[in-house]
Design a protein. Structure first.
Length: 395
């Protein structure tokens, strides 16, 4: 990273750290509102969080890959839902940076502050490839941050018109006017992300706003015409989970902070300090070690990605599968750490005002994202390590 880039990232992370008391004070309201609060959105905008992965050519900061991961490690300590939106909207700018120049012009040409949501899960949609583009109708689920976004990137699958045995997968970019938001986000975890459904009816996506998912396995992308940096040549599916895992680590750190703070003053009915109990010490030590191990694993892999990108090395399938698996394992470690700390708080940890119970719900929710689910990602990693074909050809 250049000196200016390092300074910019340091500034971003310092702002995030300074924002933690504010986010903590708004966490319950965020949960009850079921979406990112307008005042938090304004703070994120002013701090430049959404621009960390946006191309410089369109007014972004274009920081190193992993800046979004580090941001999540900080923000999620105070509010997992708010952190999720900050990192997801930032990474959507990264994805758009791989689209053809005309698509990027459509979004940022007149408004460099335009934000993009996403939905990668269609619910039995109708998708048809036409000579003009892609014709879409139906429901797409889990569009995080959609209330604050001007555009949306959805993942659509359709039969190959030239080979009926093949399925095509496209990222499709569409403006807010082309879909209706349906308020359905009612969950026990990550309640404040506003990850509502969007409804499309006979929407034609022109060719320049389509990105073939199979062409994003590393190397030049359509966006490389204008965005020359390695950031926009990353394998999308191979490295996507780095956009999420920072939030998991941040949540685990937040849980540990709550427990450590509570133990400073807690005494048992006998009058003895609770922290003097050996089992408490062992639980705390093991949980902290699990969190540190998860962070070290993720940070090592991020350094590999940066070095490979700057030396124009393409990440092979074994490396991409390893990143998927190891991020899933890092998530597993963090969930284990929080579960290990839960008994330390006793009934206090279940009180609605106690942030631990919210963190416990949030980290279990985030870990269910398919990009972090150990059973799925461990299977991908193990399959490739043992010489089998990758179960997901998009990786």
């Amino acid at each position: 990273m250049t000196v200016s880039g390092e300074l910019e990232l340091r500034k971003i992370l310092e702002q995030a750290q300074d924002m933690l008391p504010f986010l903590s004070s708004k966490a319950i309201t965020t949960q009850q509102s079921r979406r990112l609060l307008p005042e938090i959105h304004s703070e994120f905008l002013n701090a430049g969080f959404y621009k960390i992965m946006q191309p410089k050519a369109y007014g972004g900061l274009e920081l190193e890959f992993g800046s979004q991961t580090q941001l999540g490690m900080v923000l999620a300590q105070a509010c997992g839902s708010s952190s999720w939106i900050a990192t997801l909207l930032a990474c959507h700018a990264w994805i758009l940076g791989m689209f053809p120049k005309q698509a990027q012009d459509d979004v940022w040409g007149t408004n460099p502050n335009a934000l993009i949501a996403s939905s990668f899960m269609g619910d039995q949609p109708k998708v048809k490839k036409t000579p003009e583009g892609l014709l879409l109708s139906g429901r797409w689920k889990f569009s995080s941050g959609v209330d604050h976004s001007d555009w949306n990137i959805i993942l659509a699958h359709c039969p190959d018109p030239h080979n009926a045995e093949n399925k095509l997968s496209f990222y499709a970019l569409l403006p807010k006017k082309d879909y209706v938001i349906e308020d359905v986000w009612n969950t026990v975890g990550m309640s404040g992300t506003g990850s509502n459904d969007i409804i499309l009816k006979d929407v034609l996506i022109p060719e320049h706003r389509l990105l073939n998912a199979m062409k994003l396995t590393g190397g030049q992308t359509p966006g490389s015409e204008i965005n020359k940096g390695y950031l926009y040549q990353q394998p999308m599916f191979g490295t996507f989970s780095f956009n999420l895992i920072g939030n998991v680590i941040g949540l685990a750190k937040g849980a540990a902070n709550v427990v450590l703070e509570s133990l400073k003053s807690r005494t048992a009915l006998s009058g003895v300090s609770v922290s003097a109990n050996q089992s408490i010490k062992l639980r705390v030590a093991e949980a902290l070690s699990e969190i540190s191990a998860a962070q070290a694993l993720v940070e090592r892999n991020l350094q590999e990605i940066i070095l490979a990108g700057k030396s124009q090395q393409t990440l092979d399938i074994s490396t991409r599968a390893r990143y998927r698996g190891e991020n899933g394992f890092a998530s597993k470690l963090c969930v284990s750490a929080v579960e290990r700390l839960l008994p330390v708080l006793g009934a206090r940890g279940l009180e609605s005002e106690n942030p631990f119970q919210r963190i416990w719900r949030d980290i279990n929710a985030v870990s269910q994202h398919i990009a972090l689910t150990w059973d799925v990602q461990g299977t991908i990693y193990g399959s490739v390590a043992l010489g089998y074909d990758c179960p997901d050809p998009r990786v």
